[in-house]
Ligand binder design. Structure first.
Ligand code: IPE
Ligand code: IPE
Ligand code: MG
Length: 237
């Protein structure tokens, strides 16, 4: 499959794991486990289509409010997923990164994550970013406080504050804005995901639950993206 244009940066809000499990009378965690298969399938597709940046929303700053049992299972799953996938990432020259406030992530999962980030830091076949303990409002507020501090210290001047500078203070510094955002499970909202970065992102909503979302669904989203006319406020030429 070839496309007339593909996104340089694809972002995904992987939603619907719990409902997928509920439909089968299973515990929610089985939805998360199945969701990992979807992630693997999407990563394969993204590599094949030569998309350079993939960012996936894995755990939001608000998800900490879920029952402790689910949070613990998700953190253990994160640890297990990275351990199992690290050889694949290395073999395929995939750079793993994260965005989010990871101080809250349990030590074991955090050290596995940081080790994988370190071991893959020189790769750039694909930049895979996990949004973990991520909240866009928190990210923006963090940026504002760091910028204020730097203004106070004289590192920057108020008149230097522009889009480029502001972006460099976000967790996503160095990562281009997403061109396409996919949200699964039929929810039509951003749920505190990349609010600043998605100013001109094309959005694709699908009713498919994340554990059912596989490469063919990615292909359908990319087919749809191919037809989009991105104007960025200008007139069409
Ligand atoms: C997305 O699936 C995964 C996470 C938020 C961690 P959900 O767990 O939100 O599944 P639903 O939305 O309840 O079906
Ligand atoms: C968004 O899904 C976060 C992730 C997919 C990780 P949620 O399930 O947490 O979002 P809401 O609560 O339905 O908005
Ligand atoms: Mg959800």
């Amino acid at each position: 499959m070839t496309f007339k244009k593909i996104p340089n940066h694809l972002a995904v809000i992987m939603d619907g794991n719990g409902r997928w499990a509920k439909k089968r009378s299973l515990d929610r965690i089985y939805g998360h486990i199945e969701g990992i298969k979807s992630l693997k399938s999407v990563i394969k597709g993204v590599m094949e289509y030569k998309i350079k940046y993939l960012t996936v929303y894995a755990f939001s700053s608000e998800n900490w409010q879920r029952p402790a049992e689910e949070v613990d299972s998700l953190m253990r799953l994160l640890d297990k997923y990275i351990k199992i996938e690290l050889p694949y990432l290395i073999k395929n020259k995939i750079r793993l990164n994260f965005i989010g406030n990871i101080v809250r992530i349990p030590e074991q999962s955090k050290s596995t994550l940081l080790e994988a980030v370190e071991k893959t830091k020189n790769f750039d076949e694909l930049n895979l970013t996990l949004a973990l303990s991520y909240g866009s409002k928190e990210e923006i507020l963090d940026a504002v406080s760091k910028i204020s501090g730097d203004v106070k210290k004289g590192v920057i001047r108020i008149k230097d504050i522009n889009d480029g500078l502001f972006s460099s203070y976000l967790y996503t510094a160095g990562i281009p804005d997403p061109d396409l955002l996919i949200r699964t499970s039929g929810e039509y909202r951003l749920s505190n995901f990349m609010l600043y970065q998605c100013a001109y992102t094309e959005i694709y909503f699908t009713k498919t639950l994340w554990p059912d979302f596989r490469k063919k669904n990615l292909t359908a989203a990319l087919k749809n993206y191919e037809k989009r006319v991105r104007r960025f406020g200008k007139t069409e030429i």
